[in-house]
Design a protein around this ligand. Sequence first.
Ligand code: CA
Length: 224
Amino acid sequence: MRVLLVEDESRIAELVAATLARAGFTVDVLVTAQDAGHALAATPYDAAVLDLGLPDADGLQVLAELRRRGSSLPVLVLTARDAVEDRVAGLDAGGDDYLVKPFASVELVARLKALLRRPGAALGTRLQAGRLTLDTLERAAEVGGAPLRLARQELAVLEHLMRRLGRVVAKALLEEKLYGDGDELGSNAIPVHVHHLRRKLVQSDARCEIHTVRGVGYFLQETL
Ligand code: CA
């Protein structure tokens, strides 16, 4: 799950980004409304966390523009404690929930997950293929009830393949979803994760396997 965090207070941004990363999210952090607008138009995020007091514009403008384009992206709005009207305006402008500063970053993660669980949002919480199940919120996989140990990025690749079971997932999309703008990305990163996943699916008798579509990407298929 890739989340855009728009927050100009670096201390808060670092704290929230670290907490989100620990919870299994890939996080991009931006500071200005302008950058946020461009990123939201260009990148398939699963959710956004948006501070309203940004240096170049009101965060509400970012939100209004997003909704004007017809996006239903879940957006959690951050506001200062003394700005009660901001909250109302934030929800009016299409925010899905708001959090008043100061807040605990674990609370933010909980609220964000709640938004992602809503009907129509990105998260079905339990995916299944063959004997394999994956809980997208707990970030845990099981085969026939036994835990399957996966690295964070392996689990992320697997999640995307399971969400599109039997259909091709482009390698480029996986790269975009797994790696934030600041992350180092070797050209072999995704193939290496897929290689490890394949081995683990075979060893655990998961009854599903990853196929490569040369030059395009991968798909997951159930086996008998
Ligand atoms: Ca601010």
